[in-house]
Design a protein around this ligand. Structure first.
Ligand SMILES: Cc1ncc(COP(=O)(O)O)c(C=O)c1O
Length: 387
């Protein structure tokens, strides 16, 4: 059978080689420190689990839901007001099965074949996949050491800006660990207004920022509501990655277009998951804050630990990731990852999987406890890979 040309836009699964090596090493009894995938290891709060269990016991909740429950939309509105000081109405909210799903599909509502879109590089891979699926042409703006790992709209050429349909911004950034500032956001809003570009902010990590930094919603920036929408995921703050809950929030014309696309392919989120989301959004958030402190302790153990053994890895400022430049005698991040897991059992992700400017780095996910991270650092030191 001849498959679609669209499939050819996507390369081979680069993790396959790394993963099969990991499986082989594990089978040989090698201890693996898996710091590759960004799935939180923290517990989901009991009140969230209970809400899902209670709702699952009710037969009616197993039918198509067909819509976002009004109380779910109200819960998002109340959460945005309380947590982010942003006022939104239910018409400014649409659910999706995680930001991954939402970002993968939103371009279908926004773009025609050949439209230009602005994406950060390095970036979270679905930003690229979503643009390719809708036939858009990505133009990558750099988020590198030179830009402080932040967007710099002044560097985007005017002829590109004039053509651009949307711009994805995502801070705190995966894989970079950088955190935005009011000044950076203000520049982005002014740029988007000037060139009539929709800003799609992917807000996955506002609750994981370090060293006293604070972080909120892009929509709280003056003028952002005129030019932007935001994906707000429950995955990381509430340890609900498998439940697949996120919301697109913001400009109502964009929300309506997004809903129109979704309604062609979906019958609504499983009602027990909607109930769990309501419990998360309306319940206590002390665990969210406590877990941020633990991520910071892990960041300290990893970045401080690696510097202590001679690998100059800067502290990440937020997100659950550390972006580490390759040690001096390495150039290829995939080759380095394979050698690292081989010699030390530590598994991380090659920078080359995060877009054009990702090479030269690897990404560690802070998904192990401090004691395990300390052991991982000791294993790296003992492996001799930094010699
Ligand atoms: C920047 C970013 N956006 C989106 C996602 C996916 O979130 P969700 O679980 O809501 O699909 C991730 C997950 O790692 C992420 O890092």
């Amino acid at each position: 059978m001849e498959f679609s040309k669209r499939l050819d836009l996507f390369g081979e699964e680069i993790f396959a080689a790394l993963n099969s090596r990991k499986v082989e090493l594990e089978a040989q009894g090698q201890k693996i420190y898996n710091m590759s995938v960004g799935t939180p290891d923290f517990e989901t709060a009991p009140h969230i689990k209970q809400a899902l269990l209670d709702a699952a016991a009710v037969q009616d909740n197993w039918k198509y839901s067909l819509r976002d429950l009004p109380e779910l939309l109200e819960a998002v509105c109340a959460y945005y007001a309380r947590r982010y000081q942003v006022s939104v109405t239910p018409a400014q909210i649409a659910s999706c099965y995680g930001s991954q799903d939402g970002i993968g599909h939103i371009g279908l509502a926004l773009c025609n074949e050949g439209d230009t879109v602005l994406l950060p590089t390095p970036c979270y891979p679905v930003f690229i996949a979503g643009s390719l699926l809708c036939g858009a042409k990505p133009w990558y703006y750099p988020m590198t050491k030179e830009t402080g790992f932040l967007p710099n709209v002044a560097e985007i050429p005017e002829e590109i800006a004039k053509q651009a349909k949307y711009m994805i911004v995502s801070l705190p950034a995966n894989p970079l660990g950088s955190v935005g500032s009011p000044e950076v956001y203000a520049e982005i809003v002014a740029f988007a207004k000037k060139y009539d570009i929709l800003v799609i902010h992917d807000n996955a990590y506002s609750d994981i920022v370090f060293d006293g930094r604070t972080c909120g919603s892009f929509l709280s920036v003056p003028g952002a509501m005129d030019v932007g929408v935001e994906f707000f995921s429950l995955s990381k703050s509430f340890n609900m990655t498998g439940a697949r809950v996120s919301f697109l929030v913001g400009r109502s014309d964009v929300i309506a277009a997004f809903k129109k696309i979704r309604s062609q392919i979906d019958f609504g989120m499983f009602l027990p998951v909607q109930k769990a989301a309501i419990a998360a959004l309306t319940g206590p958030t002390d665990l969210v804050q406590a877990q941020c402190a633990q991520y910071q302790a892990r960041r300290d153990a990893l970045c401080g630990g690696l510097r202590g053994i001679g690998w100059d890895v800067p502290d990440s400022h937020g997100s659950m990731f550390v972006w580490a430049p390759l040690p001096p005698r390495y150039q290829n991040s995939m080759a380095f990852c394979l050698e690292l897991v081989e010699k030390s059992g530590v598994l991380c992700t090659p920078g080359s999987s995060f877009g054009p400017l990702g090479e030269g780095y690897v990404r560690f996910a802070l998904t192990q406890r401090v004691e395990e991270i300390q052991k991982a650092v000791a294993a790296i030191a003992a492996s001799g890979i930094l010699a």
